[in-house]
Design a binder for this molecule. Sequence first.
Ligand SMILES: Nc1ncnc2c1ncn2[C@@H]1O[C@H](COP(=O)(O)OP(=O)(O)OP(=O)(O)O)[C@@H](O)[C@H]1O
Ligand SMILES: Nc1ncnc2c1ncn2[C@@H]1O[C@H](COP(=O)(O)OP(=O)(O)OP(=O)(O)O)[C@@H](O)[C@H]1O
Ligand SMILES: [Mg+2]
Ligand SMILES: [Mg+2]
Lengths: 221, 221
Amino acid sequence: MIRLENIEKVYRTDRIETVALTNINLEVDEGEFISVMGPSGCGKSTLLNLIGLLDVPTEGHVQLDGAPITTYRDRQLAAIRNREIGFVFQTFHLVSDLSVLDNVQIPLLYRRMSNRERRERALEALDRVGLSARVHHFPSQLSGGQQQRVAIARAIVGRPRILLADEPTGNLDSHMGEEIMGLLEDLNRGERTTIVMVTHDQQKAERTARIVRLFDGRQVN
Amino acid sequence: MIRLENIEKVYRTDRIETVALTNINLEVDEGEFISVMGPSGCGKSTLLNLIGLLDVPTEGHVQLDGAPITTYRDRQLAAIRNREIGFVFQTFHLVSDLSVLDNVQIPLLYRRMSNRERRERALEALDRVGLSARVHHFPSQLSGGQQQRVAIARAIVGRPRILLADEPTGNLDSHMGEEIMGLLEDLNRGERTTIVMVTHDQQKAERTARIVRLFDGRQVN
Ligand SMILES: Nc1ncnc2c1ncn2[C@@H]1O[C@H](COP(=O)(O)OP(=O)(O)OP(=O)(O)O)[C@@H](O)[C@H]1O
Ligand SMILES: Nc1ncnc2c1ncn2[C@@H]1O[C@H](COP(=O)(O)OP(=O)(O)OP(=O)(O)O)[C@@H](O)[C@H]1O
Ligand SMILES: [Mg+2]
Ligand SMILES: [Mg+2]
């Protein structure tokens, strides 16, 4: 379902060249739930951005469902991203001028769906992350963990086939972190969602099928 | 050193009134290192913002060093904040148009100090958090955990008497989280910095002198 071959990702700034990923080869089967772990700065978010078609590798190929994504143009990539992929960003990326409810409806705007159905789906996603009492708030009026949960709700509202979660429980207490992990497991077992989760939490990672470990841009297991 | 008496904090939006904190009484002695824990949304960041003079309570009093802060005007508050308090924000609040090095120098701009000394102090703080190789990067070119560490470096560069850290290790792997906890302990023991740390990590909290627990805006221990 997801296949990365010989991936290299290099960032160039004025002064320095950073090899964020090198010699990465990864396959994730449909319906798998895997974790990615490693030290701060080792390339986890970069890897997730490549899988999520938010970025392109410097070298190598990304395939989704056998389709050679790295050859596609922006418009095709955007269409696939919107239809197939849900992304929980490490820094949330909520739209500050939109209410929580409107933020969560964003992925549904491209679909043929009544306004009423979009709203109901968004309310349902927010209920699953425990935020029914905050739907009309704005992001600046939320706690850090509440913002993280809005980001999760937005990522799942479109029932994507692939969910990419970049440290989805980093700002949550152990109880709420458990609830979110349970939600991810339900999506994986109940709806066969393929999930790649970056986490610093060894105990949560051990509940997934396997752990991909990165160090300085390389795979180490 | 820090004293909160009968603190209430209520937020009012168009539609709902949220009691973020109620009946809070807290004393932190000079040189103490304490933790604050509790579920997502229970008032921890709100509490830290009040202690850090970034917000005012709806009712009650905040004292710092015996001075009745809640009676002060903005200019006095800003002067005290800058001189005495270092704040690590849960969502970092880095300035995106400034390099890492310039971000960390910000708290020193108000002090009588040569440009060279500001730069050296900032480089030293960045070295303490393991980011010497990133000083000319911009925040958007950093990983989440690197941004968090820049926020920590900025909070400590002015050698504040009080350090308020809102989930300072939430985006860090266990090794780097240990390094940062060690840095906080060094500041507390070596420089007698008073520290109030919000954390979701029970093990880190247990290394501090005591844990203040909040639930739904109230103290529960
Ligand atoms: N400006 C605001 N307007 C309205 N409500 C607010 C505002 N800021 C915070 N709140 C609400 O106050 C409550 C406490 O927020 P706070 O940020 O202190 O929580 P927290 O304990 O830090 O949570 P987390 O662990 O998720 O960071 C939350 O329910 C939040 O929705
Ligand atoms: N736009 C960019 N330009 C230059 N360097 C970058 C850029 N984005 C990321 N980097 C660098 O690439 C490396 C990998 O970053 P990445 O965000 O993938 O790390 P990470 O493993 O997600 O870390 P964390 O656990 O701290 O979130 C880091 O050293 C970072 O400084
Ligand atoms: Mg990251
Ligand atoms: Mg908070």
